[in-house]
Design a protein around this ligand. Structure first.
Ligand SMILES: O=C(O)CCC(=O)C(=O)O
Length: 266
């Protein structure tokens, strides 16, 4: 068991947990940063372009004077294509916590290396992960957000609304009404040092601010689900290819992280 009773109670009540145990040492952080840079600079080309998203203002813009590392918004599914990122998703200290939260049979739904580039990083608006990913039943995710740089209020750390997960999934058209309701707690920024992480419930409302500072704020978001989860599939072909790592329809299985997988499930 990784979490104390106090930590479990905090997570149950607040829907997030800033974790006190260091996950990555300096060498491991450097290796992941280096890998992300090798991908962005094209020194490695094992990540299909579909999974690398630029900040909006650089899409279709070939201004060569900008450092490419300052233009990338996020890279997704790295764990499925890259051994170092896969190792991070299977990190024992992280997965022990996930097991405390969702049980012994664990799969990775997806991962997002949120680059929040210095000078150009834009806001990620308020959202609930589980609502963004309705193709699962039940719609339950738990995420680990692992800092590869120090994440601060100034450079766009995670901000959560404690306890917001208790209200269930909120349809998008009601989000503004929900977020302005006085029953909600005040948003709370969660600053995290490189190598440390936080966890959040799939129904917890969270956002990250812009990064106009000269410091990078890379964070690896690892999203886990129970292996018992039903997968409802994705109709739209572009969205499916992203989720299913470009595999032909019917071939993809989500990555088993711990425990066993089940026929007909994710
Ligand atoms: O790192 C970010 O900027 C956003 C992360 C996020 O929304 C998530 O982990 O669900």
């Amino acid at each position: 068991m990784a979490l104390t009773d106090e930590q479990k109670a905090f997570y149950r009540e607040n829907g997030y947990l800033k974790y006190d145990k260091r996950i990555l040492n300096d060498a491991e952080i450097d290796a992941l940063r280096q890998r992300s840079e090798d991908i962005v600079y094209g020194r490695l080309n094992h990540i299909p372009p579909r999974f690398i998203q630029l900040e909006a203002k650089f899409r279709g813009n070939t201004d060569l004077s900008v450092d490419p590392l300052d233009t990338v918004r996020k890279m997704t599914q790295l764990c499925y294509f890259d051994d170092l990122f896969a190792t991070a998703a299977k990190n024992k200290a992280i997965v022990d916590v996930i097991e405390d939260m969702i049980g012994p049979n664990i799969k990775l739904y997806t991962d997002q290396l949120m680059m929040k580039p210095r000078f150009n990083g834009t806001v990620t608006g308020w959202h609930q992960d589980s609502v963004a990913w309705p193709q699962f039943a039940p719609q339950e995710h738990v995420s680990c957000w692992l800092a590869l740089d120090d994440a601060t209020v100034d450079n766009g750390c995670m901000t959560v609304i404690p306890g917001s997960h208790h209200w269930g999934p909120i349809a998008r058209q009601y989000q503004d009404a929900f977020l302005s309701n006085p029953l909600l707690a005040e948003p709370r920024p969660v600053e995290i040092k490189a190598g440390y992480c936080m966890f959040h419930h799939g129904l917890n409302f969270h956002r990250t601010g812009a990064n106009t500072t000269p410091s990078r704020r890379r964070g690896l978001a690892l999203h886990y689900i129970r292996a018992e989860t039903m997968y409802l599939g994705i109709e739209d072909e572009e969205a499916r290819l992203l989720t299913e790592c470009e595999k032909p329809r019917g071939e993809f299985r989500f990555m088993l992280i711990r425990g066993q997988e089940f026929p007909g499930r994710v």
